[in-house]
Ligand binder design. Sequence first.
Ligand SMILES: Cc1cc2nc3c(=O)[nH]c(=O)nc-3n(C[C@H](O)[C@H](O)[C@H](O)COP(=O)(O)OP(=O)(O)OC[C@H]3O[C@@H](n4cnc5c(N)ncnc54)[C@H](O)[C@@H]3O)c2cc1C
Length: 387
Amino acid sequence: MVLGCRVAIVGAGPAGIMTAALLSKEIDITIFEHKSPLASILPTGGGKCNISNLESDFKEFAKNYPRGEKFLYSILSRYTSEYTLEYFKKIGIETVALDNGKIFPQKMSSKFVRERLLAQIKGCKIEKNEIKKITKNDSGFILKSSNSKYLFDRVVIAIGGHADFSILNDLDIKIIPPKPALTGLCTATNYSSLSGIVLKNVFNFETRLSGDLLFTHFGVSGPIVFKISSLKARDDFPYWLKFDLLYDKLQDLKDFQQILNDNSKKEIKNILSKYLPQNFVGFFLEKIGVNPVLKGSEINSKIRNLIFDTLKNYQIQVLSPRPDGETVMAGGVDLKQVNPKTLECKNISGLYFVGEVLNIDGFCGGFNLQNCWSGAFAVAESINSSG
Ligand SMILES: Cc1cc2nc3c(=O)[nH]c(=O)nc-3n(C[C@H](O)[C@H](O)[C@H](O)COP(=O)(O)OP(=O)(O)OC[C@H]3O[C@@H](n4cnc5c(N)ncnc54)[C@H](O)[C@@H]3O)c2cc1C
């Protein structure tokens, strides 16, 4: 470790602050942040902060990152969620795991996590300034804001996924253009009359995922849609999604015919309401032009096939991500330029990237914050032990 080494951390989000907290106290640390430090942690987990996930196998853990899976093997195997939770315990944050594997602070408060983390960086200087440009010469890294210039030996870039990446232009860093991920999706069909209605456990053909589909005023949302939006984050819009809305309810056409036979005096809208929400059934029948009061016995094979095939292959045209609805950005610093053990830039010694600034993004469940924590451990270890 270099005594008196000057380290700049650009960005005071979870990744930057955790890095600062873990760096040796003998290092001269300056954190640059143009907003409020750790403000970005406040909305996480709906204000409760889903810190990490219970999954203990690092390869299984890494499967939750549509971008970055293999790259993360090294840091996730060394700095597991268990390792992270021990650190949180040491700084006074007791945690609790829910049945779905999500880990939260026992106090269920991201404000509390923020306070405890900020308490760990008391010795660091915080400059309320936006860094506009970074260059390197023989003396070190030069950071420029609109009114100042600073010199550092090492720089940790922790600006997140929504940042202006042009600050890296002079360093010749390749950026994969960021795209919104983990978001609701705007659809061509207007589903606002169904806003709030949930279709339970539908199956999506493109991603082989199943889960609950929520209709909203802008289109579709819910856990399955968030995951789909991540997996298809780099696809061009518009695109089509196909769902089986009767996935675990009805498999065969002959079973459907049997149901029609058994309910020959019932209206089709009431027959289908046993499997799908009533509002959706009315909306659906109108869209495909079937009279909702037709009795089971009045449904001929053509209508039967139309209803069944459309529900088993329900098509939704997606126009765009929900504006400003993303939880993370898919894209960022191209991982090919980064050492996966230390997160140091392969071509520029002393330059590190940590957190969402990297082309790494995870699903919901604490995976995005764990990327920040594990990355911060790796960066701090590398800087603390460097000569
Ligand atoms: C609503 C919401 C809920 C979420 N919930 C969860 C959750 O429960 N669990 C989970 O794992 N993930 C969650 N996430 C994702 C998680 O918050 C992010 O992945 C995480 O904050 C990324 O941390 P980061 O430090 O890499 O970047 P950021 O949090 O984006 O922080 C980057 C910081 O850098 C600063 N900055 C940028 N450019 C400059 C510059 N040029 N100069 C100075 N400062 C700069 C920014 O102002 C910012 O403060 C959620 C995200 C959202 C939006």
